[in-house]
Design a protein around this ligand. Structure first.
Ligand code: PMP
Length: 397
């Protein structure tokens, strides 16, 4: 029998905390961790790509040669040599990014929270893509904004819609490369139009780009940051090109915003771990990513092809899906009457998992959509899992 503790507290959470909800995806992930499940649900990079040996060598070198600095508190804006490396790697297409514009953060997810803290008031209008990255919706939600959904098509966000929707808004959150959740990419022309419209509206344009380097077939498209470094807030991450466990990302923005975010970050965690920043700098400084990233691209591209082929073979012709040119995700749209939350229950019984699309919508959800990740599942298992899903869908037609 459970004995109640008479001294147990009754919690009175803040109004802000009462608005918090766990991510639907994290709940699904708990189920899909079971080894028998073929999971297309996770947004996790493939552990086969983690540079374990290089990290080991770098940890050893940093601790041996600079242990007293690495294990000490550090500056809030980050480890200067790594900020400089980030600034140099983004100084492309004729634009110069200075290290003063770079704030290192504990994963770009922290950057999203800090942006929410310094730019959003209760009721502020903010623009997001339809659908958008769930983690950003969650981070921004905490500050009570009014989400305005910007329409998208196969070419991603439609910039002309921003000209009217964006008036008086606080920010526009965009994902131009291999978007999470759809895998779509915005063309160079659309990027330029969007940058121009946002500048005209005095609207801060967030360019969240954790997947940009994972382009399968061509060189990555120009970044909006380089089209207007004074109006674009760029967010990058080491999670998808090195490892997510080190929790390291960066925000590149005009200095006035970096100053404000730095103050907010001081209150949050003082600074991102000096040790991991120094280790990552040690790993990347001599060009390791130039040889490492192509191996990730190859693996993901092969598995993406395997999933696209399986979808063609096993999914009914009334389903449609995106054809990503990079990144980790395919987005599927089923006939309108199929609710993918219910489909997930049936799929899990047959040991296959995916993420239903509804949570990715800030406003009206499209419950007949779903997100598939192909990066952690080998091709034979991809075929097996997609065949099972295809049969479940066909039974509903
Ligand atoms: N933005 C997007 C679009 C993402 O998909 C993710 C990770 N799933 C993040 C930001 C957060 O990445 P990080 O690991 O750098 O916090």
């Amino acid at each position: 029998m459970k004995i109640e503790n008479p001294n147990a507290l009754t919690w009175h959470f803040s109004e802000r905390a009462q608005k918090l909800q766990g991510s639907a995806i994290r709940e699904i992930l708990k189920i899909t961790m079971r080894p028998e499940v073929i999971s297309f649900a996770g947004g996790l990079p493939s552990p086969a790509t983690f540079p374990i040996e290089e990290m080991k060598v770098a940890f050893d070198k940093v601790l041996t040669q600079q242990g007293k600095v690495a294990l000490q508190y550090g500056p809030t804006d980050g480890y200067a040599p790594l900020r400089e490396w980030v600034a140099n790697s983004l100084s492309i297409n004729g634009s110069k990014i200075s290290m003063d514009q770079v704030l290192m953060v504990s994963g770009s997810q922290q950057g999203l929270d800090l942006l929410g803290k310094v730019l959003i008031d209760e009721g502020s209008k903010i623009l997001v893509e339809t659908p958008s990255y769930l983690g950003a919706l969650q981070a921004f939600s905490l500050y009570g904004p009014d989400f305005v959904s910007v329409p998208t098509d196969d070419g991603g966000l439609i910039p002309d819609e921003v000209a009217t929707l964006g008036k008086g808004a606080r920010l526009l959150y965009s994902l131009p490369n291999f978007q999470n959740p759809t895998g779509r990419t915005m063309s160079v022309e659309r990027r330029q139009t969007l940058v121009d419209i946002c500048a005209r509206l005095n609207l801060p344009l967030i360019e969240d780009d954790p997947y940009g380097a994972l382009s399968y077939r061509s060189e990555p498209l120009p970044k909006m940051l380089n089209m207007n470094p004074d109006g674009v807030i760029y967010m990058g991450s080491f999670s998808k090109v090195l490892t997510p466990g080190i929790r390291l990302g960066y925000v590149v923005a005009p200095r006035a915003l970096v100053d404000k975010m730095e103050q907010a970050k001081q209150a949050t965690d003082l600074h991102t771990a000096q040790l991991t920043q120094m280790v990552v700098h040690e790993v990347v400084k001599d060009g390791f990513l130039d040889t490492h990233i192509p191996t990730i691209r190859q693996l993901y591209s092969d598995q993406c092809d395997a999933m696209l082929a399986a979808l063609t073979t096993y999914f009914p012709s009334s389903a449609t899906w995106t054809r990503p040119e990079g990144g980790m995700f395919i987005w599927v749209t089923l006939p309108k009457h199929i609710d993918t939350m219910k489909l997930l229950d049936e799929a899990i019984k047959q040991h296959v998992a995916f993420v239903p699309g509804a949570p990715f919508f800030a406003n009206t959800p499209q419950s007949n959509t779903l997100r598939l990740s192909f990066v952690t599942v080998p091709p034979a298992k991809i075929r097996e899992g997609i065949e099972i899903l295809g049969k479940l869908i066909a039974a509903k037609l």
